[in-house]
Structure formats: C-alpha cells, structure tokens
Design a binder for this molecule. Structure first.
Ligand SMILES: N[C@@H](CCC(=O)N[C@@H](CS)C(=O)NCC(=O)O)C(=O)O
Length: 213
C-alpha cells in the first residue's frame, strides 16, 4: 500500500479525508498543496484530479478525488476501523447527513466567508452579511436538531468527519471576526460535538498547517 494524500490547508473537504485516514490508522504521504499559487491547475496535478481541486488520493496507481468518494473507497479497500455504520439504514443516514452538509451547510458558510474572511478589502454589504448569517444559522439549527447523541449516527462515522470541519470553520470565523457573533450560531449540542471531536487522540495530527501557532 502506498497512499498519497493531496491536501489544501483549511479545506473542509480535505480535512474530512484527513480525519478518516487518521481514524483508520493508515500510513500516507502528505502532499500539501497551495490553494492560492496556481499549483492545483498545473498539468501534473490535473493528471491526478482533472478539476484541479483538493482533496485527491492516489493509492498505488489508482487516483480518486471528491471527498465522499475517497472516503467510500478507503472504507471498502481498508475496512478496519470502520467509518460507516453497520446497518443499511444507519449507513443511509450517514450518507444523507454528509450530502446535506456539503449541499446546504457548506454553501451557506461559503457565502458568509466570501463576505468577510475571504475578502481583501473589508467586509461586504451589511445587509448581505445579515442575510448570510441568517442563512447559516438556519442550516446550523438543522444540524443541532439532527444530533441526538455523542455523534450524528451512533458511533463516530463519516457524517461526523464531514460535518466537523464545517463547524470548525464557523468557530474560526467567530474567533477571527467576533464582532459578527458567528459563534453564537452554534447551539450547545454542536458546541459539545466540536469539543468531543477535538479530543480524539489523532485530532491534533490534522490541524490545518496555516492555523497552527
Ligand atoms: N466537491 C469537491 C470540492 C473540493 C473543493 O471545492 N476544494 C476546494 C478547497 S475547499 C479547492 O480545491 N479549491 C481550489 C480551487 O478551486 O482552485 C470535494 O468534495 O472534494
């Protein structure tokens, strides 16, 4: 087995795969790519992922991209330390929650980040920010309601590894931009979930490099 993991710092899709690799105790070569300097769009990387995005993974000579497809591949190829629940219904719920996180929560978060943290020239329109905060709050409320135990579907699963990085970005947005109280959008169940994920023994191995220090 020779796994090469292509990663971009702060990318929630990449973080999902990183957590799964660590959870499964798999050895991998960590390939840190810049999201800014154009290296994702160079021929060498486009030959691995034609979309020029991270994450991607090469296992021996097999290249796979799209975070959730990578996680499914890892689960089937390396079933030890599973990240999918054991029953068809629970597996379906874990897949559904992962799809919901990427289809609804991520776009709502992205909208707010584009109006704030990702801008070079100050915040966007206050009315647009208020609308984005409302939209993000609605999505976070949905996930707050969906959490009934320590993890989203019984034992820790792909749903947790998909959702956690998005919540970590909300938390970071709040820390970097406290005047807009994005952190107040996180209810007590989601806040407890974040703390629980951050206590996982392998969690510190996955801190985004540019968040350290
Ligand atoms: N649907 C993809 C999304 C991947 C994605 O959007 N990655 C972003 C980082 S969060 C990226 O590579 N952006 C760089 C670019 O678009 O140039 C997945 O699930 O892996």
């Amino acid at each position: 087995m020779s796994i090469q993991f292509y990663y971009g710092s702060g990318s929630p899709f990449s973080w999902n795969v990183w957590l799964v690799l660590e959870h499964k105790r798999l050895p991998y070569q960590f390939k840190l790519l810049s999201l800014q300097n154009g290296e994702l769009k160079q021929a060498g990387y486009l030959a691995i992922n034609p979309h020029g995005k991270v994450p991607a993974l090469v296992d021996d000579d097999f290249a796979i991209w799209e975070a959730l497809a990578i996680v499914e591949y890892l689960e089937e190829r390396y079933p030890e330390y599973p990240v999918f629940p054991s029953t068809p219904k629970d597996r379906a719920i874990a897949r559904r929650l992962s799809a919901e996180a990427y289809s609804y929560l991520y776009p709502a978060l992205r909208k707010l980040m584009e109006l704030t943290l990702l801008r070079q020239d100050g915040d966007g329109e206050p009315a647009a920010i208020t609308a984005a905060l409302t939209g993000l709050g609605r999505e976070l409320d949905y996930f707050e309601e969906a959490l009934h135990g320590d993890y989203f579907v019984g034992n820790i699963s792909v749903a947790d590894f998909t959702i956690y990085p998005l919540l970590a970005l909300v938390k970071r947005l709040h820390e970097r931009w406290p005047q807009r109280v994005a952190g107040a959008l996180l209810g007590h169940k989601l806040s407890g979930f974040i703390e629980r994920m951050e206590r996982l023994p392998y969690f510190p191995n996955t801190t985004p490099p540019h968040w350290q220090g």
